[in-house]
Design a protein around this ligand. Structure first.
Ligand code: NAP
Ligand code: 3JN
Length: 342
């Protein structure tokens, strides 16, 4: 039985922070004290943990005295500035941002893939990008069996991936449309004043942009599967060409993947491998219209994979569709699982 820990959550009021509190509670993480940290805007407000009100404190360099494990989820800038204070105070940081992911001294971990890397930490362990984590839940077991060479993928990313303000944006735009007295089904454009978080209206639309563009034409988000996937799978030659798309879904990301493998693969052999993979459900009965849906994945710890079929354009290729709750496996749950490994 491990000693109860003093755990701090940085970004406790955010979409991910709220799920971290819930995961710690539901998984009975051994906690002696929970410190909730956010910006000055939230200081003094309370959040519930195990039925008790906990007062949120403003994040400062002194916030980490006596803290054993600090779960960071307040963006890369905050992680870069404050994680060193946490480490100096003796805490182990599990960071949700990209600030340290590609730092060779920082393990980047999906416990179902590379839990053993946790022990190499020097104070900071990074949580991968949500689309990467969800994709690897299905891709890694296939890689172990068949050796993945490269993937072509498109993501369908929920607005909660952008945080609390984007959830409100989709809800507000949907209400504005419904309350707008529209008579024609194709009259879906809302006034510019309704567009505040994304560069374009998200309700009744899809946006082929997640994060900012690089000189290559890909976005930063699109390169994470290749870069982070190489590190997590210990597979430096892995290649991924990805298009990330924001869709008007509240919660849970989906990814359509075409993967090319070294070894011959069949749908039956792939299904058998995926059926034995931890943290993954196979939902694949197209004749009965059963396949993974973000609505079904929302709120669930496990990711789901389906639509398995031979890829008709690749040698040794398999197409599949993965859905997973990006606030859970893509962020909070994965972070708490890493803390459990500690
Ligand atoms: P969010 O809902 O916008 O929440 C942001 C959190 O950061 C809030 O708790 C906020 O506190 C806090 N914060 C902002 N400025 C701060 C400051 N100066 N000092 C202390 N705390 C501050 O965002 P989110 O969706 O939870 O995501 C947070 C981060 O997690 C992202 O930036 C990303 O790096 C990572 N992440 C998110 C997802 C996802 O699916 N959403 C997935 C993977 C990784 P206040 O409420 O006081 O402003
Ligand atoms: O947009 C999404 O669906 C996921 C967003 C993730 C995110 C948002 C802001 C900054 C990240 C991330 O985890 O990769 C970051 C970051 O790079 O820290």
């Amino acid at each position: 039985m491990s000693q109860p820990k003093h755990v701090a959550i940085v970004g406790a009021t955010g979409a991910v922070g709220a799920e971290m509190i819930r995961c710690l509670e539901e998984r009975h993480f051994p906690i002696s004290q929970l410190t909730l940290l956010a910006s000055a805007r939230s200081a003094g407000k309370t959040l519930k943990f195990k039925g008790q009100d906990i007062i949120i404190k403003e994040l400062t360099p002194e916030s980490f005295e006596g803290v054993d494990i600090a779960l960071f989820s307040a963006g890369g800038g905050i992680s870069k500035e404050f994680a060193p204070y946490a480490v100096k105070a003796g805490a182990v940081v599990v960071d949700n941002s990209s600030a340290f992911r590609m730092d060779p001294t920082v393990p980047l971990v999906v416990p179902e893939v590379n839990a053993a890397d946790v022990k190499n930490h020097q104070g900071i362990i990074a949580n991968p990008n949500c689309t990467t984590a969800i994709s690897l839940m299905a891709l890694y077991p296939l890689h172990q069996a068949f050796g993945v060479k490269r993937v072509f993928a498109s993501s369908y990313q929920a607005v909660s991936g952008t945080g609390a303000q984007a959830i409100e944006e989709l809800a507000r735009q949907s209400r504005a449309w419904a309350n707008g007295g529209r008579t024609a089904w194709d009259d879906a454009r809302l006034p510019e004043s309704e567009v505040r978080v994304y560069p374009h209206q998200i309700a009744f639309n899809v946006l082929p942009q997640v994060d900012s563009f690089l000189d290559s034409g890909y976005t930063k988000e699109e390169m994470k599967l290749e870069n982070e996937g190489r590190k997590i799978m210990h597979h430096p030659d892995f290649r991924a060409s990805v298009t990330c798309v924001r869709v008007p879904v509240f919660r849970a990301h989906s990814v359509a993947i075409s993967a090319e493998f070294e070894k011959p693969i069949t749908v039956e052999a792939a299904r058998a491998v995926l059926a034995g993979a931890p943290g993954l459900d196979v939902v694949d009965d197209p004749a009965a219209k059963k396949y993974p849906l973000p609505l079904d994945a929302a709120g669930k710890d496990n990711c789901a994979v389906g639509r398995l079929r031979m890829d008709c354009a690749l040698d040794n290729g398999l197409c599949f569709w993965v859905a997973g709750d990006q606030l859970l496996k893509g962020a909070a749950l994965n972070a708490v699982q890493i803390a459990e490994c500690l």
